[in-house]
Design a protein around this ligand. Sequence first.
Ligand SMILES: Cc1cc2nc3c(=O)[nH]c(=O)nc-3n(C[C@H](O)[C@H](O)[C@H](O)COP(=O)(O)O)c2cc1C
Length: 326
Amino acid sequence: MQIALAPMEGLVDEILRDVLTRVGGIDWCVTEFIRVTERVLPASSYQKLAPELFSGAQTAAGTPVRVQFLGSDPACLADNAAYACTLGAPVIDLNFGCPAKTVNKSRGGAVLLKEPELLHAIVREVRRAVPAQVPVTAKMRLGFDHKDYALACAQALAEGGAAQIVVHARTKVEGYKPPAHWEWVARVQEVVKVPVYANGEVWTLDDWRRCREVSGVDDFMLGRGLVARPDLARQIAVARAGQPVVPMTWAELQPLLADFWLQARRKISPRYAPGRLKQWLAMLTRSYPEATELFNLLRRENDCLRIDSLLGIDFIGSERAEQASA
Ligand SMILES: Cc1cc2nc3c(=O)[nH]c(=O)nc-3n(C[C@H](O)[C@H](O)[C@H](O)COP(=O)(O)O)c2cc1C
């Protein structure tokens, strides 16, 4: 059984990948989508969206990081994938689920689920272009505005050479509205031999149990649930091993929150760092009442120094210590 941390553009960046994979239970994660239109992107794009490639293609906890591409031109995607492999991408993942209007308008993401032959051509070309030892995987929704092609799309991906398929069990039109149709994951797994991952609406251990029962699969990708409950993957791994599950407390979460903020201070401009902290805190309010209190305290705060002091963090001191140890 594998548990993956879902790609989430604008939310799960290198900082959150680092912090969440340190909690444990996550077998692999994947970058935010890298949009490919007409040329091979320079190394600087990867430095921004897939910085782990420059430190062994894994997070500090040792969790492998896959590189996700989004586009519709098979040859261009193939060229970019081949280049990413020269930078050390261990797995190439292809996005066929993005619901964004701007992306879909330029023939990318979920809109491609209307064209199973194109899905096949994309995976085939990318598969051909990358070294044999680098798996190509795919992430799909159940369709664009209906589910009639869901099985044909999954078959097209598998026949094209996808080694695994993640199914976000909703159509594009269904957006993020519950429920996720986990029973469709079972239907997809019936028609392809490669492992199928269930994805969508797993927020708690009980959700995971139900998802496993309904989908019948053993592999899962967790998105918002894992951001809102950072030990969700660990809880699942512990439960599977038949051990008693002890959820992470708010106090145990504090070092992670502090580290998230320190990294945000270092890597993101002071203009945007507070927003990132509030974004994660807002999601944590789903699982921790204490997060609501902290969120309300920080809600109107945009000054990094004042946020340091509200969090009890000595950023300047920690910078000095970092420099001294470098
Ligand atoms: C803010 C946000 C950004 C996302 N960005 C991506 C992305 O870059 N690539 C992708 O394949 N899916 C993306 N997704 C979809 C998620 O990977 C996942 O399929 C979806 O959130 C359902 O899983 P969940 O209910 O566990 O969150 C994104 C979802 C959200 C909420």
